[in-house]
Design a protein around this ligand. Sequence first.
Ligand code: ZN
Length: 246
Amino acid sequence: MKTFSLSVLLVGVLLTSGAAYAAGTTHWTYSGEEGPESWARLTPEFGACAGRNQSPINLAGFIEADLKPIKISYRAGGNEILNNGHTVQVNYVAGSNISVDGIQFDLKQFHFHAPSENHINGKSYAMEAHLVHADKDGNLAVVALMFKEGDENKELTKIWPLIPKNAGEKTALPSPFSVAQLLPSSRHYYRFNGSLTTPPCTEGVRWLVMKKPVSASKKQVEAFSHLMRHPNNRPVQPVNARPVLQ
Ligand SMILES: [Zn+2]
């Protein structure tokens, strides 16, 4: 009954106020009049969406660089899963981090896009996970992980049945989830400078894209897409003058 009331309330908010999403920010979508081509014009706060260092991109034309291994220190800290209408997100408690450029970035949450947002050498993947980190000054670093269609992903199996069906709902995870288990054993990565892929499209984000994809079954990918009711990938953006390192 509680869930039902919340859904009714959310639908009410969405219907009565076109400008406001449930979270109270400007409404945007992945297609139509409030779609990616229009994001920068929807509100001044989304102005960065028209910037020159936007994500996602097609990663290609790699520059050989001496990329240091990412120091990854993750605990089993995923404690809740939410459906915000744009994506499915697992929030993380404090205590997990990566170290890049000698700076510590704390893992805040990870979420999914289907199909993938970034492309690698012109190839789109079935799904992509973004592990979002912030340093003490609020600078962001995102570890991106590609999923190719194949074997069932045992880690996703633990959380997929728990995804709330309705936008705006969240569920506590019965046991802490470890995102480290999702990562491939090889941690080689590409690196470029980009942005958030959703409004406000903030730039200055360190992007670290795992070279090696992991697998998810067709059923798992479809379950996610079905729940989202639409593709939730922003189209690839111009690379402009940015080098993509490997
Ligand atoms: Zn994302």
